[in-house]
Design a protein around this ligand. Structure first.
Ligand code: 6R9
Length: 692
């Protein structure tokens, strides 16, 4: 069957029952008829890179029939010091029954992603183009860098890192807020072949320590503090605590390079450890603004990004991306999903601490020579109109954000949006979780004045770039659907036995083949890599998400089907939160489930059993929440703690989360069969304690 047929508009009855409800945030997904379709305007389609379903289908079909040819042609538009071997464009085995999982792209090629993202544009005469605008926490704080200036800054830092002994293959941990120094640091590492591991600056000291212990960096890069809204966050203090912690685990980091963020905190107020700590401003500007790039193999590691896993293990997993394939994929997906034009001013509200910031703040846009806006502050500070103020100030044309922000701004009311013109906007984007149709329509009608197509991009830390996404000029959209696969991606929906379903169906979302941006392993844990992603459904990459395909071939993501919770677009493993809770001396056992949350998408609901004889109290509740904040970060704090003298367990001792989910969401008439529980009485007891 051809690829276009697979996407074909063929109504068939689902062969198997849906494992997950076809709703997004409790809203039923629209029926797949023409009434829900939102067409790109004729003007938009006329100027679009891909401007019709026909054109998309032809390109898609080619990408599936001849992936090597398709991706080689694109890869050739980048600079390679040495070309890949033509017969090794893609080596893959995604079937554990046929041997170890292997994904390699452009083997034998030598390149450098920093060269392609920065030097290439300076060398082509575009050095004066703005690479980055920076908007600070306060509306009067801003800055900018041209491509030439960016190159100078990247080279100076790269030279400094080399001078302190950072070499190709060494890890560097970056714990920075959204200053321009964050993408600069990523690019400097990439320039010299060092492997960056950015840790989101909302993670706690323990969480940083866990990552440092795993990847053993030579240097940690941070800044003394940052202001987010009115809150001062002393980042350096948090790093100091993490370095004490990781030293206990036997990992000592020799250098903590600290940027003085003068707008937040003065040097003299910063805690300092002489010999280890170095002020960025004291050393980096003294280095030359030229630094030869390290030509690396296409399959050399580019970065590690830790994310929450789905195997029930509390340990976070280091997702490893390599250079060549990631570069080609991040750039190509950016270009097409946002219909990028060289005159665009692009703003993605994500933090570089997450994959979205890697692929679509730093690498994807810069690889296209784009002008990127980096915003340091909170999106609703000083008021909920800030985003649109920024859009007007810089003339932002592409605005990419998360449903949680859209819902929160929607709740604040359209009045904050209407105050600003927003006429520069031409494409909108959404990522991180399913976007409910109501939020989609508000984004489309109110923010985009019914003029801008929305790219609802489904992808993951593991996939490196977009997997299922509208190409904004190509297809009419259905609010809430991520639409169709990107070039080269073959999504399949399987039932619980791994049988591929066709036509209209609902099940587990897998990918049949590899694509250049796919992650190559979990750092130091190949077993877990294979077990989590390739063993559940032999022959496929398993995403952990549920998906429905409608009769028109549109894809509707229905959320995680594993034990990962998605809070405001942030992935949090239930096992991580449980492990933080039971680290509290008064907590004997914990079981965490996700519940629907109006703004955050999902909230965290924790059932806790206390140590014998300990009474439950409000203070204890607060200190349990504190335990999670300090082990993971404030964003993972449970929304609700439910005291549970006993948990519903099977006779073999397995916690029945299905029942806990129903209790948490108050769907008490849907508890199902409780007769297999070791003690069915605990269910009534839990229900009676629901409001404690
Ligand atoms: C990019 C990113 C991945 C998980 C993924 C899915 C959810 C992301 C989505 C979406 C529906 C979208 N997700 N984008 N669900 N529609 N457009 O968020 O990566 O942090 O690894 O999270 O996020 O559940 O499995 P990551």
């Amino acid at each position: 069957m051809g690829a276009s047929d697979r996407l074909a508009v063929a109504a068939a009855r689902p062969r198997h029952a849906a494992p997950c409800a076809a709703t997004v945030l409790g809203e039923p997904l629209p029926a797949s008829d023409d009434h829900g379709l939102v067409h790109p305007s004729a003007d938009f389609a006329a100027q679009a890179l891909v401007s019709s379903p026909q054109q998309y289908l032809e390109m898609y079909q080619r990408s599936i029939d001849d992936p090597a040819g398709f991706w080689s042609e694109i890869a050739e538009t980048f600079y390679w010091k040495q070309k890949w071997s033509p017969e090794e464009v893609c080596n893959e085995n995604l079937d554990v029954t046929k041997g170890p999982i292997k994904i390699e792209w452009f083997k034998g090629g030598k390149t450098n992603i920093c060269h392609n993202a920065v030097d290439r544009y300076v060398e082509a005469g575009d050095g004066a183009k703005i690479a980055m605008y920076w908007e600070g926490n306060e509306p009067d704080q801003d800055g900018k860098l041209t491509y030439s200036e960016l190159l100078d800054k990247v080279c100076q830092l790269a030279n400094y890192l080399k001078s302190v002994g950072v070499e190709k293959g060494d890890a560097v941990v970056i714990y920075l807020p959204m200053l321009m120094e964050l993408p600069i640091a990523m690019l400097a590492c990439a320039r010299i072949g060092a492997v960056h591991s950015v840790v989101f600056a909302g993670f706690s000291a323990d969480a940083i320590a866990q990552r440092i212990t795993d990847c053993k960096p030579k240097v940690v890069i941070t800044c003394n503090a940052v202001k987010r809204g009115q809150k001062l966050i002393p980042l350096k203090d948090i790093v100091d605590a993490s370095l004490v912690e990781s030293a206990k685990n036997g990992v000592t980091v020799g250098i903590c390079l600290t940027y003085e963020n003068q707008l937040a905190m003065k040097k003299e107020d910063t805690q300092w450890i002489a010999g280890r700590d170095v002020w960025w401003q004291d050393v980096v500007p003294n280095f030359p603004t030229r630094c030869d790039v390290e030509w690396v193999d296409a399959e050399d590691p580019l970065f590690l990004l830790y994310t929450s896993g789905s195997t029930g293990k509390p340990k976070v997993q280091g997702v490893l991306h390599t250079t060549g394939g990631y570069m080609v994929y991040a750039a190509t997906t950016f270009k097409h999903a946002f219909d990028y034009k060289p005159t665009d001013i692009y703003w993605c509200t994500a933090d570089c601490g997450w994959i979205t910031g890697h692929s679509y703040v730093t690498y994807g846009p810069l690889l296209n020579g784009a002008t990127v806006l980096v915003y340091e502050g909170a999106p609703n500070y000083p008021d909920p109109g800030r985003c649109w103020d920024i859009v007007d100030k810089y003339g932002v044309t592409i605005f990419y954000t998360a449903p949680t922000l859209i819902r929160s701004l929607m709740r604040d009311g359209s009045v904050y949006v209407d105050r600003y013109s927003r006429k520069s906007l031409r494409v909108l984007g959404s990522v991180g979780e399913p976007i409910n149709p109501t939020a989609w329509r508000w984004f489309y009608n109110v923010v985009g004045d019914s003029r801008c197509p929305i790219s609802d991009t489904w992808w993951q830390t593991e996939t490196g770039g977009f997997m299922i996404t509208p190409l904004p000029g190509a297809w009419p959209q259905k609010p809430g659907s991520a639409t169709f696969p990107f070039f080269g991606v073959q999504p399949v929906i399987v039932d619980e036995k791994g049988r591929e379903m066709t036509g209209e169906c609902s099940g587990y979302l897998c990918i049949k083949n590899s694509w250049p941006g796919a992650f190559r392993t979990l750092y130091g844990d190949k077993d877990r890599y294979e077990t989590t992603y390739f063993k559940p459904f032999s022959g496929y990459y398993f995403s952990g998400d549920g998906c429905r395909r409608d009769k028109d071939g549109y894809h509707w993501l229905t959320g995680r089907v594993d034990d990962v919770i998605n809070v405001s677009g942030h992935r949090i493993g239930t096992a991580e939160v449980e492990s933080a809770l039971v680290s509290h001396p008064k907590c004997a056992e914990a079981a965490v489930v996700g519940i629907d949350h109006e703004v955050k998408g999902q909230g965290i609901y924790a059932f806790v059993t206390l140590v014998d004889g300990v009474p439950y109290s409000d203070d204890l509740r607060k200190s349990l929440i504190m335990a999670v904040r300090s082990q993971i970060g404030a964003f993972a704090a449970p929304d609700k703690i439910h005291w549970a003298p006993g948990l519903p367990k099977t006779r073999s001792g397995k916690i029945m989360r299905r029942i806990l989910r129903k209790i948490a969401s108050r769907q008490l008439d849907e508890l199902g069969d409780t007769s297999t529980l070791a003690d069915p009485g605990v269910v009534d007891q839990l229900i009676s304690l629901s409001d404690s």
